[in-house]
Write a protein that binds this ligand. Sequence first.
Ligand SMILES: [Zn+2]
Length: 460
Amino acid sequence: MLDFIINNAKIVTESQVFDGSIGIQDGKITHISKTIGESANRVIDAKGKLLLPGLIDGHTHMEMPFMGTVSSDDFYQGTVAAACGGVTTIVDFAVQPRGGTILDTYDMWRKKADPKVCVDYALHMIIRDFNEINLKQIRNLIEEGVTSFKLFMAYKKELYLDDGAIYSIMDEVVKYGGLVGLHCENADLIECFAARLLSEGKVEAEYHAKSRPSLVEVEAVQRGIRLAEMSGSPMYVVHMSTGLARDEIKEGADRGLPVYSETCPHYLTFTAEAYRRPNGNRYIMSPPLRSDEDRAKLWLGLANGFIKTVGSDHVCFNSQQKNQPDFSKVPNGVIGTEVILPILYSAGVGKGILPLTRLVQVTSYNPSKLFGLYPKKGAIAVGSDADLVVLDPNKSVRLSVDNLHSNIDYSIYEDVTVTGYPVLTISRGEVVSEDGQFTGKKGKGQFVKGKQFPAKRPDL
Ligand SMILES: [Zn+2]
């Protein structure tokens, strides 16, 4: 007697699409075959539906202290939203407080997340203080299962590290099998451009984008690639927004460097036009939204495999937090974890841009390989965690505030209707969301240790 059987599904992995059934016992996948000749406590007929590995959202910031406030989704509400969007693992960013150590920060984040998470999670570590103690602790942290580090070239007053610090951390991380993620924007230029615009009284949301134009990001990506090249460290550009940056990453990868990149659902959906809408502040995130041409190049980058992952950069703020006198004071960030799959399916697979296997690569297989979670996560294979999502390709849903689960009072996707929607999310064998309703439990998610970044690079 099995716990769960899903029959007649169109099963999608990173390399194949086939009709079949899946059996689940004790939270693991135990059977993958045409038919399963056993009974189960629950049997679902998934005829006409797709069955994918649960998504791994490699980029979330739940209850993150930032720009004088805290992001409004905590680990509970944020993972409710994740579950309802087909995400079964988030990789959240622990933020080392100034003066603190990264090992203490790890403990702090575990204490915040463990009692609240409804799906499994792993952690990246944001290092803000470059000093001997934190440098030494990198090795210990990797042993604890936090194998990726995020460093900021931007946010001069809050999170910024200079190139020497970034190089030195890369140099240490690579020794112990870690991965360095970089927020690539030139902090000095942003300060200079923003000060000029504000002094001219240009305070509206559209000047947020003008204060950090595309080349400010491209320059930082180029620099990041050179720092990775000098240190020998693998490097992952988070939330890439521009077509030109994509070209730089491709050029670095073509030269044999282990450089990877991620983009986000908002860059694939909107352009800078959104900043001129009545609530333009709500679309403020960094890097900012770009042009139509950039958006097209990002889709193409995903389609042809130059961009390896889609993470959400989920960090949301309610309308009151977003309502500020000028763009430089608006907390940066938008929702995302719940919309990755609907956006990529509807605007990617549905429009013939992304093959189904590529969808699985960029949303689960590649992040699981990069962050050391494979094959526990990101695989439909016997022995892997039963983290699965059933998608109804014909279900249309408006991504309005009423249909989404984040703790904010609006949706930037209010006018976006998608076709193709997750209807069942399974986390280690348990149903955590069904037909748009959260059915999981607070605190049921577990911390997942990342394995070291392999010396022989993952084949993505
Ligand atoms: Zn982020």
